[in-house]
Design a protein around this ligand. Sequence first.
Ligand code: HSE
Length: 428
Amino acid sequence: MAIKIGLLGFGTVASGIPFLLKENGDKITAAAKDEFVIAKVLVKDDDEKNRLLAAGHDYHFVTNVDDIVKDPEIDIVVELMGRIEPAKTFITKALEAGKHVVSANKDLIATHGKDIIGLAKDKGLAFYYEAAVAGGIPVLRTLANSLTSDKVTRILGVLNGTSNFMMTKMVDEGWTYEDALKTAQELGYAESDPTNDVEGIDAAYKAVILSQFGFGMTIDFEDVSHQGISTITPDDVAVAQELGYVIKLVGDVRETDSGISAQVSPTFLPKEHPLASVNGVMNAVFVESIGIGESMYYGPGAGQKPTATSVVADIIRIGRRIVDGNVGKSFNEFSRPTQLANPADVKSGYYFSLTVPDKKGQILRLAEIFNGEDVSFSQVLQQRGDGQKAQIVIVTHALSLTQLENVKAKLKAQSDFTLLNSFKVLGD
Ligand code: HSE
């Protein structure tokens, strides 16, 4: 008897599932020891249903979620609607009705995952979400299974394809932020409201999930500091290049002596760092660990077939466990009490770009401020001034978040200094 699936939503990713079930059916059936059938598909309303039927999609479309969650024949519910509601209500209903659930919904898992994972565990059901982080890159299962013997110390990731596409255009072709966003929207990468992608929110959701798989700790979304790419200027891009770096939006989750920290921020990557060559809409997750050392997982972070491939892998895993009679194991079994790092323990190099009066003594004033916080310069660059103002760029050796805040406060307290930007620098 086939394993029956109820799909919630029939957008880009969901419509890639039938392709895989058809084109790779033999392998999928052999892996699961059973066949899969898409029994019902939830759509928004009759208009959507009629449009999909007219387009040749021959499924049993329903407009009420109860037709799926109350159907005793359906084993697995696959949620691909995105965002928080109604996805949260529908997944909860499905688990309460005893269905296993697959989702790609990073927003929901990062913000309400604890409750949903807890409910699935209480009910002895599977809740899998490989596609929620970096779409087509099988990184969550790799961390949960293949790296189980290893101790992860840091995860760095280019986790948002939209902002990476934009940064690649800004770095390689000198585009402005506005031009890059307009093209990203025209190509369908960025939504009309691009906030989640460009402000680092989407990447921060992924960092939350990576913290669970890499470090066994569930960091709250509110505890992930996130800064997007909207403040990066062509000048920052040019200076980064001059100093031997590439700027990218990078998610950074690491364990210090006092706990874990998670940040998403524009980051200066040394040109030779493997993440520096991750371009366009591609994603990559770079893992530092005590066993393997350094490893990088690279691929498409979005898109119909890549994301559906991860979703179908979850479906197969659940199907096989149903057949073998051992379904219900947690997706990630690594769990420790969550301990947040003390800001004094979270250290990186930093880039500061500022304008100062174009007269003597300014470097000395800056040196006094940085030296007063025990921060050491790694590189200093002064652009020729206009008689009124001069631009100075400073790259520091590693300083803590506490020192960073103190330095910034002191710079801002100088009424004739203007701090234009400050970004993290990897490797200094
Ligand atoms: N909007 C995301 C990105 C893809 O641009 O990477 C889904 O997480």
